[in-house]
Design a protein around this ligand. Structure first.
Ligand code: NAG
Ligand code: NAG
Length: 291
């Protein structure tokens, strides 16, 4: 019995020193369940913890009150592949936070306080596969080029935000997109929505519940209808409006062309007139000198 304990003792010492060494690398009040994971979720943090090991690959920071991530964060933590910032107080993502060279595969920014996704926010990060941006109650603007260059992005979540519209380019620029969540937004089915509606009908297999799960407000009477109740025909009037605009453009350009033509002929006529007068005078002079 005794020799057995003696045998175990050095092993236990070694084990506890390894654990202590790991604990030393782990930020205070966080957990580090494995050498590449730092779990600081639900710790009441109001900023990023200090002393996160530089080789961290999975960083869990959900359910805190973190208001910002510095733009050089992913430069510093260049091995990071999984970043969970769900349910924090982020109001914007600083430009340059993500870049083509970042290794981030998973980014969760859901349940924050984002208001806008400007062009190039995700810096053409080619490794990003899943991006969660849902449940940001003030998120009302997503730029057409917001997701530009995210060539590997397969899943995009934009559900339960404040989007009344979205330019179809934001989605059609994503070559690997398989799943997109858009339900629970206050969509307005006006003419701007017509293009997105067309894209959604063609890509309904990418919506977890098809267009069935999406609703929009009709601009004429404020009624909310399911997108499945609408068809391309519902937006027919938009085409008429478009033709009308086109017609106006044509009329206007017609008028301007005529005005330019009239002015040009007037100008030419005056030149000719002047030229004739000058040549007459010269002729008169010549005649005079001959006399
Ligand atoms: C969000 O985080 C707070 C703590 O900051 C927590 O009390 C709350 O339950 C979390 N909400 C969700 C939906 O998880
Ligand atoms: C979220 O943003 C809104 C408006 O932009 C602001 O009124 C509110 O205080 C913000 N909330 C938090 C928790 O930062």
């Amino acid at each position: 019995m005794l020799p057995c304990v003696c045998w175990l003792q050095p092993l236990l010492v070694l084990l506890s020193s390894v654990l202590r060494a790991q604990g030393e690398n782990c930020p205070a009040s966080c957990l580090c369940p494995d050498p590449h994971t730092v779990d600081c979720s639900g710790r009441g943090l109001t900023r990023l913890p200090d002393e996160i090991p530089l080789d961290v690959r999975r960083l869990l920071l959900s359910d805190n009150c973190i208001p910002r991530i510095p733009s050089d964060f992913l430069v510093l933590y260049s091995d990071l592949v999984y970043l969970d910032l769900r349910n924090n107080s982020l109001s914007h993502i600083e430009p340059g936070t993500l870049s083509t060279s970042s290794r981030l595969v998973f980014l969760d920014l859901g349940s924050n306080n984002l208001t806008e996704i400007p062009s190039g926010t995700f810096g053409q990060s080619r490794s990003l596969i899943k991006l969660r941006l849902g449940n940001n109650p003030y998120l009302s603007r997503v730029n057409e080029d917001a997701f530009l260059g995210l060539t590997s992005l397969r899943e995009l979540e934009l559900e339960r935000n404040a989007l009344s519209g979205l330019q179809v380019g934001a989605l059609s620029q994503l070559p690997s997109l398989r799943v997109v969540r858009l339900e629970g937004n206050p969509w307005v089915c006006n003419c701007n929505f017509a293009n997105l509606f067309g894209w959604l009908e063609e890509n309904s297999q990418k919506l977890p519940n098809g267009v069935e799960g999406m609703e929009c407000t009709l601009p004429m009477d404020g009624r909310r209808v399911s997108l499945s109740q609408l068809s391309q025909d519902s937006f027919r009037e938009c085409q008429i409006t478009l033709t009308l605009t086109d017609l106006l453009i044509i009329i206007f350009s017609g008028i301007s062309v005529s005005v330019v033509a009239i002015m040009t002929s007037f100008f030419l006529a005056s030149i000719v007139h002047c030229f004739q007068r000058t040549s007459k005078t010269t002729k008169g002079d010549e005649e005079e000198s001959e006399e």
